[in-house]
Design a protein around this ligand. Structure first.
Ligand SMILES: NC(=O)c1ccc[n+]([C@@H]2O[C@H](COP(=O)([O-])OP(=O)(O)OC[C@H]3O[C@@H](n4cnc5c(N)ncnc54)[C@H](OP(=O)(O)O)[C@@H]3O)[C@@H](O)[C@H]2O)c1
Length: 430
């Protein structure tokens, strides 16, 4: 790579504008560490006149990022628009075809088109780096690709979404409802003001799980249907009951190899307060890897925000400038295996089931008989009557059972007049 490097930054939102400032202020440091002089010679966003956190040089602004390729000689392009398709895909694709290295924090794009784009990068002998796409500032992808390179990894799991972790922690600390805490999260900038859905329903964490699987197990990115549940149905009541049981609810992303097959999921989990993951609170993320011979490794840090995300983007930049990376997913694309998937129906866990029922005789035995019919054994029952409203809350902790079994078992509770709402199910983890 030559000594003077031209850089383009496409997307000047929360991440792009912070990154641009870092690139402009850390030139000397980058020169010392890599021997290269960097210059930002093109920037792009939708609106040239928008008020931004840092000033921009309007002389190098492009309204249409695709014009950059016609008018400038670029060596490295940062894509920070954030769409899974359309302009984000077009810009990255065009850059790679033009032999321009690409760095992006865009998990939606990589989880959907990572296989195709990595092949394109390899064919054109340039880099495609996406450390910032998973767990913000935590260097988990490079850790898997380099630090743990010769280990056989069998499982990666953790808290991959700071918004949901903040909401769950704050509900526990303040006794406030989900809706109230969500509003607080939006005010603090932890949740998107307009549409926080992709954080809350587990989609954001799921895209990260797919990227982690591909790196950890050297397989192609999977696209099969998985158990993906968010935290929208978690009630303050569940958090309080969990607390009494010395447990905490965490939204975990999990990817592992079970009997030689890939299993990926995102769902709320009840974890012991004594575990490491049970004590990762607030907006923090944490990722745990289990590998052989290294054993368990844990990385914790800020999973979002411009500072943490830029830290990963700049680490990618330095790796590209030093010339020490080759394959986007750690091994050549043609060596990455196709995915054999584990049957979700056979996923098994102990369960927390919360029933809201009419306080009538026979309701509890009706529920336990149904569980017995499906050979689901009960570990613990907590019944809390609400005499004034003639209702009761029944919480049942079960021994391990499979997804298919519990699904079939619970189906009957949809239409029972004594059961006031379909039971809340939370899986116990380990
Ligand atoms: N925010 C985080 O904490 C975080 C953390 C990790 C990863 N990421 C990832 O970082 C990426 C960017 O996120 P963000 O939060 O910075 O998003 P954002 O604030 O919504 O910024 C998006 C930027 O893209 C620009 N843009 C939209 N359409 C465009 C087009 N057709 N041509 C050129 N520019 C266009 C927008 O221009 P205008 O400014 O003119 O509207 C804006 O500057 C996403 O992939 C996200 O998943 C974000």
């Amino acid at each position: 790579m030559k000594d003077s490097i031209n850089i383009a930054v496409v997307g000047l939102g929360q991440i792009g504008i912070y990154l641009l400032n870092e690139l402009n202020t850390k030139k000397k440091e980058i020169k010392i560490k890599t021997g290269k002089n960097i210059n930002v010679t093109a920037i792009s966003a939708k609106n040239i006149n928008k008020k931004r956190r840092f000033k921009i040089n309007k002389k190098i602004f492009f309204k249409n990022p695709l014009d950059i390729f016609k008018k400038k000689k670029i060596d490295i392009l940062f894509e920070a628009v954030g769409l899974s398709d359309s302009i984000s895909k077009k810009v990255v694709e065009t850059a790679l075809k033009n032999k321009i290295n690409v760095i992006t924090p865009n998990k939606a794009l990589i989880a959907k088109h990572g296989d195709y784009l990595s092949k394109l990068a390899e064919k054109n002998r340039v880099n495609l780096e996406f450390e910032a796409s998973v767990a913000g500032g935590i260097p988990i992808l490079r850790t898997i690709k380099e630090g743990l390179a010769t280990n056989k990894i069998k499982k990666v799991y953790g808290i991959l979404n700071g918004t949901t972790n903040y909401i769950l922690s704050e509900m526990e600390n303040t006794n406030e409802t989900f809706d109230k805490v969500l509003k607080k999260a939006q005010k603090l900038g932890y949740a998107e003001p307009g549409n926080p859905k992709l954080d809350l329903n587990g989609f954001d964490a799921f895209a990260k799980v797919r990227i982690l699987s591909a790196l950890a197990f050297n397989n192609k990115i999977s696209n099969h249907k998985c158990i993906m549940e968010g935290i929208e149905n978690i009630d303050l009541k569940d958090i309080k009951i969990a607390d009494q049981l010395n447990l905490r609810i965490k939204l975990l992303g999990i990817t592992e190899i079970i009997n030689g097959k890939l299993f990926e999921t995102v769902h709320p989990c009840l974890v012991s307060k004594k575990t490491y993951i049970g004590n990762v609170n607030g907006v923090m993320n944490a990722v745990i890897t289990e590998g052989k011979p290294v054993g368990e490794s844990i990385l914790q840090g800020e999973g979002a925000g411009p500072g943490a995300t830029s830290s990963s983007l700049l680490s990618d930049l330095l790796s590209v400038l030093r010339g020490n990376i080759k394959y986007p997913f750690g091994i050549p694309s043609n060596k990455r295996k196709s995915v054999k998937v584990f049957n979700n129906d056979q996923y098994s866990n102990s369960l927390y089931l919360r029933f809201e029922v009419k306080d009538r005789q026979g309701v509890l035995s009706y529920i336990t008989n149904r569980l017995t019919k499906y050979k689901i054994s009960v570990k613990r029952i907590i019944q809390t009557p609400d005499k004034r409203n003639m209702r009761a809350t029944i919480v049942i902790i079960t021994h391990k059972t499979t997804e298919i079994n519990i699904r079939n078992c619970l189906s009957i509770f949809k239409n029972n007049k004594n059961i006031l709402k379909f039971p809340t199910l939370i899986r116990l983890y380990n």
